[in-house]
Write a protein that binds this ligand. Structure first.
Ligand SMILES: NC(=O)c1ccc[n+]([C@@H]2O[C@H](COP(=O)([O-])OP(=O)(O)OC[C@H]3O[C@@H](n4cnc5c(N)ncnc54)[C@H](O)[C@@H]3O)[C@@H](O)[C@H]2O)c1
Length: 310
């Protein structure tokens, strides 16, 4: 198949491309390199089955493909809040452009949505029919309301124009190629421990998160895309850890003498988030396989190479 991956030079997109290329597909990677880098896809450049297009999805484009994985959008608060108007344009205009393309070329369309659509949830764990508790005027809303609109657009194109859609709600994912400066908790702690500076925990560290290793997530993507489910389907690892537990794990792995420092909690930071993955298990026969300790070892190895070679 010919498969278009928007945001393909980013963290998740590049891992997805690795898997699709290894499966023998033809892949078109479309990216504006806002948070993505050529380094992530370097090994495919020059391969006749791989094409790289520098393009901003807020502008329309004409291409031919059988499937579209739509991932383009900055994913971490530092990057999506850098230019919030651009973030919402990417989510709304960008998703509309990609759905318009899917409609025209009759491609199956996969939307990378997020657990952020649940906002600061008041049910725990979150099932897909939970409608969320989102602040529409907060600093995170360019992203979480943006993704909610993106989901609405996908379902409207599906109902009105019969576009064949797949919607995944991704929970915190980590792994090699995460950006060093993206302010996400796993990368923050790893970079701090490797640089020998204190690990910063916001609040008292009792807020919980679940962490899915990237190869598990990509497996879930491919299963959903090739299933007969439209979704939305949660993909994430339900194993729940407090932020303090995570800090201590990374501290022990890299530098047991590293200091842990506590700082005030930022605005709208969810206290708890954990996926209910019953649908993914039932309809996709999917569940995560990589335990946190193993995933962290692989991630630390990648960061170590990047930090010590830069
Ligand atoms: N990583 C996670 O834990 C997570 C969690 C929930 C949802 N997601 C979603 O998954 C997708 C990928 O996330 P990621 O972690 O790989 O982030 P990332 O920032 O590494 O990748 C996003 C990619 O999209 C590109 N991009 C951004 N705006 C663009 C635009 N206007 N036009 C073209 N390209 C553009 C960036 O350059 C980058 O390569 C995003 O849609 C994100 O919302 C990720």
């Amino acid at each position: 198949m010919r498969i278009l991956v928007t945001g393909g030079a980013g963290f998740l997109g590049s891992h997805l491309i690795d898997r699709l290329m290894e499966q023998g597909h033809e892949v078109i990677c479309l990216d504006n390199f806002f948070t993505g880098t050529k380094r992530n896809i370097l090994k495919w450049i020059g391969n006749p089955y791989f094409e790289l297009i520098r393009h901003d999805i807020t502008e329309p484009i004409r291409l031919e493909a059988d499937q579209i994985y739509h991932l383009a959008c900055p994913a971490s608060p530092v990057h999506y809040q850098y230019n919030p108007v651009k973030t919402i344009k990417t989510n709304v205009l960008g998703t509309m452009n990609m759905l318009g393309l899917a409609k025209r070329i009759k491609a199956r369309f996969f939307l990378a949505s997020t657990s952020e659509v649940y906002g600061d949830p008041d049910v725990h764990p979150q099932t897909e029919d939970y409608r969320g508790n989102v602040n529409c005027i907060g600093v995170r809303s360019c992203y979480d309301e943006g993704k909610r609109v993106a989901e609405t657009l996908a379902f409207d194109y599906h109902r009105q124009n019969r576009v064949d859609i797949r919607v995944v709600r991704i929970f915190n994912t980590y792994g090699p190629r995460m950006l060093e400066n993206d302010g996400r908790v796993v990368s923050n702690f790893i970079v701090q421990a490797l640089r020998g500076i204190p690990l910063t925990v916001y609040g008292d560290g009792s807020q919980t998160r679940s962490f899915c290793y990237v190869s598990d997530l990509v497996e879930g993507f491919i299963r959903l895309m090739n299933s007969d489910q439209t979704g939305p389907i949660n993909i994430g690892n339900p194993g729940e850890y407090t932020i303090l537990e995570l800090a201590q794990k990374i501290q022990n792995m890299i530098n047991p003498d590293a200091e842990i420092q506590f700082k005030p909690l930022p605005e709208d930071d969810p206290k708890q988030r954990q996926p209910d993955i019953t649908r993914a298990k039932t309809y996709l026969n999917w569940e995560p396989t990589i335990p946190l300790d193993q995933g962290l070892e692989l991630t630390v190895k990648d960061f170590r190479e990047r930090i010590y070679n830069s």
